[in-house]
Design a protein around this ligand. Structure first.
Ligand code: UDX
Length: 442
């Protein structure tokens, strides 16, 4: 089929490359000329493991092309995916202006019957508005079916999630459109859920809200564990063995970040408010998450009192490992608070520094070397569980830091391993390990 994807962001580009790899003729449109120029050279404008080789392959074999020209993108497409950004507005509502702009452009450009799929995460009811736009603006003789087709890709594993996802969700209001979409996805051999449009829109929000709820739940249990002397790792393990609970999204830490959970949870709370049904549970999930973000500096201040002039090593800028995305990263909250306390911050990250620098400029130091970050530091805060951090020989903290004091927001190390080094190790939901020799005890 001839497929067009509107939007070459984290979702759109993976969708375009994925369908090209599956053998379809794909055109990917973006309004940002410089982004298209990078893509036409076979490079990805953001880091996503495994994406660039697939992009290069499908560019060179002609399965995939890029353009800023709507006519070239839309006029001959069989299926058009709208995968443009839906950023959060100041009041927590979703900015749908890019979605509607894409719909208007498509309506003014199509030359044949087409299926328009909303891949972006949109509030329940949005696709009905998109349908209205086409009813009013499309050429009278053409048929346009609007379908909700939300994605469930995780950054850092998006290629795997595209080809090996748990389910495809198709929301349609007529069987013909639904069956065309099923034909498109069948070769991926992933279970397909066909439902109505509003239920499909809700499945996306409800799924992300539930995953965020699981994370805030285990974080609250971790906070209780610290107060009753239990160990969250043991608790999470024992809980996860219950198949009804499962082990995923039960990793306690300093909370979730990224471009989805924070935005989607707020959007769902907003949606609930709009229909006069306050979503109290989700409001608490958001509050718990905000509290988790502030735990690292709270714990540092408990130990040091004033942080003025203290050298802080911040390990991890990206919101999670295997991405250079820093949107809503917990590291940004930690840096803001440390700078407010007068600390001097050096941040390590293997790939997210360019994105962080755009936001933070010279307010902190940056390095791609953990040792460089630790050198002379009075304390270290781990914000992202990069493998380079998890596999760091623990004596590095002793050898490089002024004081081997580590606040681990992602529970990267076992207490047993830490117990073998003269390091003060504070983590989440577990006892603090202080094994300084008696003479060294303060
Ligand atoms: C999420 C959803 O997983 C995905 O299905 C949806 O399409 C987009 O949003 P993403 O935000 O890319 O994906 O990453 P994810 O791996 O879900 O992590 C989100 C945040 O939760 C990260 O900040 C991560 O550190 C945190 N997290 C995740 C935890 O704190 N604990 C966990 O157990 C899992």
């Amino acid at each position: 089929m001839k497929i067009t994807v509107a939007g070459a962001g984290n979702v759109g580009l993976v969708t375009a490359v994925g369908f090209a790899e599956a053998g379809h003729q794909v055109t990917c449109l973006d309004t940002q000329k410089e982004k298209i120029e990078i893509l036409e050279k076979g490079h990805t404008p953001f880091f996503e493991p495994g994406l660039e080789p697939l992009l290069e392959k499908n560019l060179s074999n002609g399965q995939l092309c890029f353009t800023t020209n709507p006519n070239q993108a839309y006029s001959d497409a069989d299926i058009i995916f709208i995968a443009v950004g839906t950023p959060e507005k100041r009041d927590g509502a979703v900015d749908l202006s890019y979605i509607y702009a894409a719909a208007y452009t498509i309506a003014n450009t199509i030359k044949k019957d087409v299926i328009v799929c909303t891949k972006s995460t949109v509030p329940v009811g949005t696709n009905d508005i998109i349908k209205q736009i086409f009813l009013q603006r499309k050429p009278r003789h053409l048929k346009v079916d609007v379908v909700a087709n939300p994605e469930f890709l995780r950054e850092g594993s998006a290629i795997t999630d595209f080809f090996l996802g748990d389910r495809i969700v198709i929301g349609a209001d007529n069987h013909e459109a639904a069956s065309i979409m099923e034909q498109l996805y069948l070769p991926l051999k992933i279970p397909i859920v066909v439902t109505d449009i509003r239920s499909a829109e809700m499945i996306k929000y409800a799924s992300n809200a539930f995953l965020a709820t699981k994370i805030s739940f285990i974080n609250e249990i971790a906070n209780l564990c610290e107060r009753v002397g239990a160990n969250i790792e043991e608790v999470s393990y024992g809980m996860g063995m219950d198949k009804r609970i499962g082990t995923s999204n039960l990793q306690a830490g300093i909370g979730y970040g990224g471009s989805c959970f924070p935005k989607d949870t707020k959007a769902l709370v907003q949606l609930a408010g709009n229909v006069h049904h306050p979503f109290k549970l989700l409001e608490s999930v958001i509050k718990v998450n905000q509290h988790q973000h502030s735990l690292p500096v709270l714990k540092v201040k408990e130990m040091f009192g004033s942080l003025k002039g203290k050298k802080a090593a911040l390990l991890g800028l990206a919101f999670k490992p295997e991405t250079d995305d820093i949107r809503e990263a917990v590291s940004l909250t930690i840096i803001k608070e440390l700078l407010e306390e007068g600390s001097i911050v050096t941040a390590f990250d293997p790939i997210a520094i360019p994105n962080a620098y755009k936001l933070l400029g010279n307010s902190i130091e940056y390095t791609t070397s953990i040792r460089q970050a630790l050198k002379g530091a009075d304390f270290a805060v781990i914000a992202t569980e990069w493998d380079q951090i998890k596999h760091l020989p623990l004596d590095t903290y002793v050898a490089y830091m002024n004081e081997p004091i580590v606040f681990d927001g992602r529970n990267c190390y076992s207490l047993k391993d830490m117990g073998r080094y003269p390091i003060t190790y504070v983590s989440i939901g577990r006892p603090t390990v202080t094994n300084l020799k008696p003479a060294q005890r303060l």
